[in-house]
Design a protein around this ligand. Structure first.
Ligand code: IMP
Ligand code: MG
Length: 167
């Protein structure tokens, strides 16, 4: 669906946009595991700001392709985020339930700001409205893998975004 070259061009643009918007202020990049580990590492290198990187483990899917609707934190941040600018980096916003939950959770920790950067967005499946401040690509309602995204833990290492057939 999206080639490695297209992804890298878009990541470069997002990095420039983020660099411009935060204008030299320090930023905490929160990589939402596992899906965004590749996107976050490429994006981090495209951002020219004093960065701190932290990781949050989240699980909302079972072994199939349908969300359970229950967002489980499998690993928390390693440091507080109070009075810091936070950018949550997601692989994909599908129903929006995960991001909505994370925004609520983070607000309780009193950061200066919380913004969202997602590589992909499937608007057709939205169940809750979430603000996506930086978006890579809007895609149609197909289950995709690669560049960090999986199906039952497979295909995360594909360098491109591909569509899974027969799910
Ligand atoms: P949401 O809570 O429904 O927005 O789901 C977000 C999470 O579901 C993402 O971070 C992914 O881990 C997973 N997900 C949703 N759609 C896909 C897909 O097409 N391929 C792989 N994972 C997906
Ligand atoms: Mg994910």
């Amino acid at each position: 669906m999206i080639s490695a070259a297209k992804i890298s061009e878009r990541v470069r643009q997002l990095g420039e946009e983020i660099t411009r918007d935060y204008a030299g202020r320090p930023l905490v990049l929160v990589c939402v595991l596992k899906g965004s580990f590749i996107f976050a590492s490429d994006l981090a290198r495209a951002i020219d700001l004093p960065l701190r990187i932290d990781f949050l483990g989240v699980r909302s899917y079972g072994v199939g392709t349908d969300t359970s609707g229950v967002v489980q934190i499998t690993q928390d941040l390693s440091s507080p985020i109070a009075n810091e600018d936070v950018l949550i980096v997601e692989d994909i916003v599908d129903t929006g339930l995960t991001i909505a939950h994370l925004i609520d959770l983070f607000r309780t920790r009193q950061p200066s700001s919380v913004k969202i950067c997602s590589l992909l967005h499937k608007p057709a499946r939205a169940r809750v409205e979430v603000p996506i401040d930086y978006l890579g690509f809007r895609i149609e309602d197909k289950f995709v893998v690669g560049y960090g995204l999986d199906i039952a833990e497979k295909y995360r290492n594909l360098p491109f975004i591909g569509v899974v057939e027969n799910t």
